[in-house]
Design a protein. Structure first.
Lengths: 376, 372
């Protein structure tokens, strides 16, 4: 293979000093011109997208081409520039052509904001004056926040346990039927639906017209309740039970996720393990608790943490269904209200930091797992 | 003895399979009926939506009006009322609430005492309701004024929601916000996996730590930056934000995949004098297609269904579908013909992607840990 490894001959410089100078200037000019042209093209695209009044379809097409092409162009041009340098510097800098953009974006969008939010949380509503820990005093003692904490706790406990429990039940049951994939596809389907869409779906289920003669309820739940001889209820306006009607939506959305992950873990259990337990005379239930559960414990933990984090950050469902009224407020909604409705950046930042603190145990666990995996 | 035993075992097996399938069918029904409800409602006439539940499109037994009975002026509506052709006597209050006669007819007084009108109806089988329409979809997609009739037949005028524009916005946000982070993450994952540079392990540890950071932590500073850069309301703001929030998981997943690629393929390419860039575009990208596809579906669904990021950065000027739909819930909470068709439009593309590429999606889910 060495034959193909040709060293490129140095460009002939038969013009002496002048030629060498011209070639050098040319090289420098090109290496300035190419990025410059690339930059101008991208900048013009940006201005066009920001200010143009062209029909929307055209804007969208330009946006897609510009966005995707721009990124590809950026990498190609920077790499081309780095490869112009002498080999030693190319070797040193090239890794940063690859990881640099990602690191820059991570720094801009996640790493630095964390610090900036921390600073903002110690300042007042406008971010101008230091106020010490008073935003945190608010975050941990105000009645509104305490209610949000309580509700998030409800979401975490009931939402997570039902999602994981039902997911486990369905995974185990479906594993022994012929129509497994059909059942699983139906339970999994809500994963493709937005929380806003899910909000509309369930708002219709819970809809309530009011009481009076001749009124026919068009909400499924009230129709069922009436046909069983009950009274129609405004389900979403009766605290604290309305929280549970919202949590049902989350269970509807998340059970599919839990089921898919658990199901694949169950399929990973060696069949001879199960068979051995059968030979030993273990019943289905015994085998479930003494083999299946211990074997998939790690998966259950992962699924549970993921859904707990999800329920902690939950925003869309509450925002769309009740707006946080009727005693259904949650932390992430209060964050949104503080910042974007009441314009209190300090309090909102403190609430965001509270959310961050809540996920730190998971972060530490992830880091420990990563260190043990010895990926490096 | 043995045959008896096997048979009972077999019967037991059939019975248990019936129970298992029955339970699963029941759960699946609970899962699918709410969605079915809005799907059917989105095709119904507005007046019917307000009058009756969506399940009445299926064949069912219902009270069907048979005749109007006009009470003569001589009848005293304050006492016991006897109705011609009907056994027994009823008070106005009873009739007002509706009474069922011994022969199964239902009598309901219409309006107040002065109308002297009783509606008689009878329980009958009602066939499939075929009065379905696409008008709701036309109304909700266009930006023009929309008129429809409510339960009492009053005409109501609403501003249309122009969901076509929102749909295009969603496409313009979602496609680059899917491809850009994948591209950037693939470059980075390759760098972390196969190139050596100082701080490599430390930087990757930070990526892992950022996996679970809630994006709320970033919103306030990023809004400040965007205001300074005049980026609020642009597609670019959304691409960058979704890239930033999606990158940790993308890098993590793609790193796991790319670092497992067979070493000798890459090494022989290195020996042949290929530059890292050539290796990346000619070897790594084609070899990583399964992982890229998995993450692409993941990210696409996430971006398409995102509400918070779009609400904060795009707001009302260029709303994506989720934002438009949420606004509709706020402004037109009872206009179910618009809400249901709007919801269905917002679900169309993700559901199609989901069912077409479910296998890749599941693979991506299994490979990923937790998303921040």
């Amino acid at each position: 293979m060495a034959a193909t490894n040709v060293v490129e001959p140095k460009p002939k410089t038969n013009g002496g000093i002048v030629g060498w100078f011209a070639a050098g200037v040319g090289r420098i000019l090109i290496s300035i011109a190419v990025p410059l042209i690339a930059f101008v093209v991208l900048w013009q695209g940006f201005l066009f997208l920001r200010d143009s009044k062209a029909p929307q379809v055209i804007l969208v097409l330009v946006a897609i081409v510009w966005g995707v092409g721009g990124v590809a162009l950026l990498y190609t041009v920077t790499n081309w520039l780095v490869e112009l340098l002498n080999p030693e510097w190319t070797r040193r800098l090239q890794p940063f052509v690859f990881v640099g953009p990602a690191l820059a974006i991570l720094a801009w969008f996640l790493f630095v904001p964390t610090i900036r939010t921390l600073v903002l949380s110690l300042r007042d509503a406008t971010g101008l004056y230091w106020v010490g820990l008073s935003n945190y005093v608010y975050a941990f003692t105000d009645r509104v926040m305490l209610e949000a904490f309580r509700n998030n706790l409800l979401w975490m406990i009931f939402g997570t346990s039902f999602s994981v429990g039902l997911g486990l039940l369905i995974a185990v049951l479906a594993d022994r039927t012929r129509f497994e994939s059909a059942y699983k596809a139906i339970i999994f389907m809500p994963m493709a639906i937005s929380f806003v869409g899910a909000g509309v779906i369930w708002k219709f289920v819970y809809s309530y017209k009011g009481s009076g003669s001749g009124i026919q309820e068009i909400g499924l739940l009230n129709a069922i309740v009436i046909s069983l001889g009950g009274q129609a209820q405004p389900w979403l306006q009766q605290p604290p039970w309305n929280n549970f009607f919202l949590i049902i939506i989350m269970i509807w959305l998340q059970t599919g996720y839990a089921m898919v992950i658990i199901s694949s873990a169950i399929k990973g259990i060696p069949s001879d393990l199960i068979e051995a337990s059968r030979v030993d005379g273990a019943s289905e239930v015994q085998a479930f608790f003494s083999i299946t559960i211990p074997y998939i414990r790690g998966t259950l933990l992962t699924v549970t943490t993921t859904i707990v984090i999800f329920s902690l950050k939950l925003f869309d469902i509450v925002r769309v269904m009740t707006g946080g009224n009727y005693g259904t407020n949650v932390i992430a909604n209060e964050f949104y209200l503080e910042r974007f409705t009441y314009g209190n950046a300090g309090r909102a930042s403190a609430i965001a930091i509270v959310l961050l603190i809540a996920v730190i145990p998971v972060m530490i666990y992830n880091l420990r797992q990563f260190r043990e995996s010895k990926a490096f | 003895m043995a045959t008896v035993k096997t048979r009972s075992f077999k019967q037991q097996k059939v019975a248990s399979s019936l129970v298992v399938n029955g339970a699963l069918v029941l759960i699946c029904l609970v899962w699918i009926v709410p969605t079915l409800g809005i799907f059917i409602t989105s095709f119904r006439d507005s007046q019917e939506i307000f009058r009756t539940g969506w399940w009445t499109v299926f064949p069912h037994r219902d009270y069907v009006p048979t005749q109007d009975i006009h009470m003569d002026q001589s009848v005293d509506v304050n006492g016991q009322i006897s109705i011609p052709g009907v056994e027994g006597q009823y008070t106005f209050e009873q009739l007002r609430a509706g009474v069922t006669t011994p022969d199964g007819k239902k009598l309901t007084w219409f309006g107040n005492k002065r109308t002297r009108l009783i509606k008689e109806s009878q329980l009958e089988w009602v066939a499939f309701n075929t009065n379905l329409t696409l008008k709701n979809y036309q109304d909700v997609l266009g930006g023009q004024t929309v008129t429809y009739k409510d339960a009492n037949g009053n005409t109501i005028v609403r501003q249309g929601d122009n969901l076509i524009a929102s749909f295009l916005n969603s496409v313009a946000v979602a496609i680059p916000a899917t491809i850009i982070p994948i591209l950037i993450a693939a470059f980075a994952a390759y760098g972390f996996a196969w190139l050596n540079f100082p701080g490599r392990k430390f930087l990757f540890t930070i990526v892992v730590a950022l996996l679970v950071v809630p994006l709320q932590i970033a919103l306030i500073p990023i809004v400040q930056d965007y205001t300074k850069l005049q980026l609020n309301g642009t597609y670019l703001s959304m691409w960058l934000a979704h890239t930033g929030f999606g990158l940790p998981l993308a890098i993590y997943l793609l790193f796991n995949y790319i670092s497992q690629l067979p070493r000798d393929i890459l090494e022989s390419a290195f020996i042949d004098g290929a530059s890292p860039y050539t290796i990346f575009t000619q070897l790594i990208l084609p070899l990583s297609v399964p992982a890229l596809a998995s993450f692409a579906i993941f990210q696409f669904l996430w971006v398409w269904n995102d509400y918070l990021v779009a609400l904060v950065f795009l707001g009302g000027q260029t709303p994506v579908l989720t934002v438009s739909l949420a606004n509709m819930v706020g402004e037109k909470g009872q206009d179910w013909q618009l809400l249901t068709s709007g919801a269905f439009i917002s679900m169309l593309l993700p559901l199609a992607v989901f069912f077409a590429l479910q296998r890749y999606f599941v693979r991506g889910l299994l490979a990923g840990s937790v998303k921040g």
